[in-house]
Ligand binder design. Sequence first.
Ligand code: FES
Ligand code: FE2
Length: 328
Amino acid sequence: MRKAWYAVCPSSEVAADPKKVTVNGRDYVLYRDKTGRIVACNGYCPHRGCDLSMGSIHEGELVCPFHGWHFEGTGSCTHIPANKLGTPIPPSYRLNTYPVTELAELVWLYTHPNLDAPAPTSFATFADLLHDDWQYVSFEQTWQAHFTRAVESVLDVSHLPFVHPETTGTDVDPTVIGPEYTVKGKRIVIYPTPFAPSHPMEPVHPTQDAHLRTEIELLFPNQWIIRTPFGNDGIMCTFLTFTPVHDDVTSIFGIAMRNFDLDAPWMDAFHIDHTLRVMAQDQRIVESLRPRIAPFQLQDERHVPSDVPAIRFRVMLRNALKEEQGGF
Ligand code: FES
Ligand SMILES: [Fe+2]
């Protein structure tokens, strides 16, 4: 999907020099203008195609390293050193720019350009990421897997006892109840098959209120969170967002967060260590899946009821792509 917001790097990585990022096989350059605001533009110069991430920033403008053309934050070329001073610069001598924003210490890029097309829907994320008084710890992963396979893996509850026997799958009954899930607009919410009460990540019993149960939510197409209640209004969440870099590379930006034991660094270490161990178990399997891209034709794979949330994602993606292609 081109009309979507993708996390592309931590905010701290957009500093003094232009920064290259890649989404869906296209390169973009990010830099900060005079005001500190991030600008996102095409990765290559319209003159002779030089890689603009090799350039520099001069008074808030992007300068190409090949012949020194300057581009301002709107993408317009403002200076061509080889031309006599005062020579008009045609409006088409420009870079496309893209909507970009910073949230949760990440840079988010909307990969459809700022043309005359209607403005994109503004960036939306989970309220869980927006608390001033929670503890947040970030991490990053790169999987050699297609975006579709990576996202589907976090909607798949039946793999837990097989892929994660010593982590999230401990004591999980392989028979999936339901699966219990809801779909509302762009959100798929899943209540995974509960762990045994002895499991360290699942201290509540399935018969308790829904709000006390572990909940997985996907904000289509690429933001995912798992919320695990810890009693006394304590909640521990793991957020992941998936960015398709190339057909066989997906970047994952994660945030481990909680609203209790804020000054306990050992909790940070526990949560991150646990999450990375779980993700390494998933990565190994997901990278092995063929075909690399999840097939849109449902008859190309064999399905069971526990696959329904992942199939809902697949159908949503297919519809979104159809709409996007129709809209170009
Ligand atoms: S290639 Fe960029 S100024 Fe010539
Ligand atoms: Fe998993």
